[in-house]
Design a protein around this ligand. Sequence first.
Ligand code: 6YU
Length: 509
Amino acid sequence: MEEAGGARPRVLVVGAGLAGLGAAQRLCGSRALPHVRLLEATSRAGGRVCSQQYGSEVVEMGAHWIHGPSQANPVFRLASEYGLLPEEALSEENQQVEVDGHPNLPAVFYSSAGRVLSPELVEEAQTLFATLLDRSREFLHAPPAPVPSVGEYLRTEIARQLEQRRGDADAKRLTLAVLNTCFKLECCVSGTHSMDLVALGPFGEYTMLPGLDCTFPGGYGGLPDCLLRSLPEGSVMFHKPVRAVRWGGSYQEEGHEGRPFPVQVECEDGERFLADHVVVTVPLGFLKEHHETFLHPPLPPRKADAVRRLGFGTNNKIFLEFEQPFWPADCQLIEAVWEDESPLAEAETDLQAGWFRKLVVFVVLQPPERYGHVLCGFLAGKESEYMETLSDAEVLRVLTDVIRRLTGDPGLAPPKKVLRSQWHSAPYTRGSYSYVAVGSSGDDIDALAQPLPEDAADPRPLQVLFAGEATHRTFYSTTHGALLSGWREADRLLGLYDPSESHQHKPRL
Ligand code: 6YU
């Protein structure tokens, strides 16, 4: 049991991802000087920011890029202030680039017939897909959306446009096959099994910032490490999975005469902590699985519905290291096209027989002088969750066959190493990131972010606060959404004690 915190407000933060670390840092640097303790289930800080040593280099098992690295992005600002970014990422020119979430890297498209597809054909299909995807964002302020999902909208428009197109049946077939690859890639971006699960109406609410997506040369993990180091010694406890958050109570420290606390947090090892406030930053995937037993009293219906309705899907990475590259020297992106597939036909549902067909994009890790010849594949959805159940040897065997087929080279040497993430199996994450699913909307995100008790006039307000990427209405699924949500809840809490602090958004280093 913890020492009495005196009259200072006592705050517990659950989860040491960017949301939790951001909230803790802000609280610790405030004039209200709350007593802050952060409880993290695993052995490390960062959560879904997870850099891992790979030979002499570092690879990212979780977040990869800063999406939209420019002044409006707090991750960019903080990483710049900590000196974690390369010179070119800081340049004004890079900050102004508008890529709409899809950086244009030099790419090669290999097809299941063992050939490289013509760049003209690929570009035409990609342009059509990008145009339709842009249009699917336009229903936000012009309801009603004609169909429930982004997937249905895209398919209907593709069918309509291709019907009007004359000419070569083979070119049409290949165009559809490339479009199917675009669908699978978009599943990785949205972190979903199928674009048919992503709601059309609210799709345009996700906001893209300007800036050419950049990476951290020393690893994304440098950012949570810096945040962690800025916290008071002893304030973070690892291996402390929280089992239950009891709120609306009156809990007294055992053996102490002090004041009662409204919140009691119980860890899986039985240790209990009392607090005035708890900031819960566990991923939506964890909440989906445990919310009925995690909170006592349970979440009110509006919040529980939001947890059920919002989407939380899987996107995993598979790193493959080759002795020699099979791709051209200037290639930074490899995409796979299955010529027998079309977004207008039924998709393969036998996971064992066809999981690998969902893996259509590989980023070539740059620069090769540092990484050697390493591809980072992205695999979303149920196929990704199935892949997590296989052994490394099986994944390597299957992907060797796939790459031999794509390159048309049956003798191609297998990768010498495979490394992959398993975010769906991770018990304190249960997937990769959130999306606005069919049947939900941005209002569900706001409902999820609402603190408890719901009654603002309650004499003991803000007992349970909620942060994490899934609580950010316009930047969900990103690191900047996570960080901003942590600051938002810290500010909400600080506003209770010192209203002058509630709207400060300057990071404290
Ligand atoms: C980004 C990117 N990126 C790839 C992959 C993944 C993610 N993201 P955390 O989970 O970090 O922290 C919670 C902590 O709580 C954690 O430490 C737990 O252990 C702990 N915990 C849980 N239960 C507990 C308990 N009971 N007790 C105690 N502790 C407990 N984001 O900006 N750039 O390139 C990628 C990518 C494979 C898995 C990403 C990327 C998402 C971010 O990683 C993620 O949002 C934040 O790190 C979450 O931080 P947090 O603090 O909230 O939770 C239109 C439209 C489209 C929408 N999408 C477009 C954007 C696409 C996003 N980009 C994805 C791409 C990649 C490659």
